[in-house]
Design a protein. Structure first.
Length: 280
């Protein structure tokens, strides 16, 4: 088991993709961890020490977040980001791959399952985004304005990192200086706001029910009971549309369940991966 990760940055689809890999000497199973919107792999800091006891891990900073690229010529759609992650995983050559995504990362996982059926053995959706439409037409058109990225920066800065954290966690007592600094880090690079402008333009919206009904990969859905960002009703709807899925709702938790309930999330993931049971 490699408790200190190897860090890498490779160019895939004309974007620099940053990832960290933890190796477990006796495990043949690899879990890919994908973070949510306005976040980075930092959001899994409490879950990683638990998972590395049993699994190989790959943590990826989804572009344009974290240490991954913010290139102007990249297409920041879910389809494009999912293809980029899949190409990285193909290049790495791991065999037994399980993909876990938090919030927006869950939607990337669903796109990957849809694009490459059978490539990923099981999906794990942690408070996953679901059923969000594409940005409204006037917002997409506004993204072509030369200085629109300044509006994006202003809009995101109105509540600040502390305000955002207060919104996504149930127990505010867990918010400390390390957490604030970690979630502030993605905004240290000023180019992120130009990339987020492109994301507003390119994001095609979440997968609809017709597509979800065709995804037969076993999926575990884990939700916080008090999630105000993606309410548990979205989890229930996803569980209904995904034909081979199970929903678990954790009490005393909000949206940021990898930070709020790491032990419980770990136990659910461990049991899910080690079980051969199908939910269909």
């Amino acid at each position: 088991m490699q408790e200190i990760p190897s860090t890498h940055c490779v160019k895939i689809n004309d974007i620099d993709l940053y990832y960290e890999k933890y190796l477990h000497s006796q495990s043949k199973n690899t879990i890919v961890l994908l973070h949510g919107f306005l976040s980075s792999s930092f959001s899994f800091r409490k879950l990683v020490p638990l998972l590395i006891k049993d699994f190989n891990l790959i943590l990826i900073d989804l572009p344009p977040f974290g240490k991954s690229g913010k290139a102007r010529n990249y297409r920041y759609s879910y389809e494009s980001v999912s293809k980029t992650v899949l190409q990285l995983l193909e290049k790495m050559g791991d065999q037994n791959i399980y993909a876990a995504g938090h919030s927006m990362g869950g939607q990337i996982v669903l796109n990957m399952l849809n694009q490459r059926p059978g490539f990923i053995k099981k999906g794990i959706l942690l408070s996953s985004s679901g059923y969000l439409p594409r940005s409204k037409k006037h917002l997409v058109l506004s993204s072509y304005l030369p200085f629109f990225h300044r509006f994006v920066k202003y809009h995101l800065g109105k509540t600040g990192v502390i305000g955002n954290l207060n919104h996504v966690v149930y127990d505010k007592a867990i918010i400390d200086e390390e957490m604030i600094n970690g979630y502030s880090a993605p905004f240290d690079d000023p180019y992120i706001f130009r990339a987020l402008t492109k994301m507003i333009r390119h994001r095609e919206g979440d997968l609809d029910s017709k597509v979800l009904l065709t995804i037969d990969t076993p999926c575990l859905l884990i939700w916080g009971e008090h999630d105000r960002v993606v309410p548990p009703d979205i989890g229930k709807r996803l569980a209904n549309d995904l034909p081979n899925s199970k929903l678990v709702i954790l009490s005393g938790a909000g949206h940021l369940i990898p930070e709020e309930k790491p032990e419980e999330v770990f136990e659910e993931i461990q049991n899910f991966i080690q079980s051969d049971q199908s939910f269909s």
